[in-house]
Design a protein. Structure first.
Length: 94
């Protein structure tokens, strides 16, 4: 992939929606946007006014919970991704 994420931004790929607890698979048009995503690229971190860089809280490969409508959608090599600020990542799976 020829993209380098800058600053405190993170590039993620949304994970596919899962089947409901009752075993029903909803068609894509009826599903909500998945909020789980896998981190595929991470910027160097946020720069403070003092010039210090704060490392991001996530690493490539982490599964995270993201804001439902956050980020900017892009397509690279036929795959859909989101680039978002680190603050739009709400949680990380342990």
């Amino acid at each position: 992939m020829g993209i380098r994420v800058l600053g405190d931004r993170v590039m993620v790929k949304r994970l596919e929606a899962e089947t409901t607890a009752g075993g029903i698979h909803l068609p894509e048009s009826a599903q909500e946007r998945p909020q789980k995503a896998e981190v595929v690229a991470v910027g160097e971190g946020a720069k403070l006014d003092s010039g210090t860089t704060v490392a991001p809280d996530v690493e490539v490969g982490d599964v995270v919970i993201i804001a439902k409508y956050g980020g900017t959608e892009i397509t690279v090599d036929g795959e859909d991704y989101l680039i978002m600020d680190g603050s739009q990542i709400l949680a990380k799976e342990a």
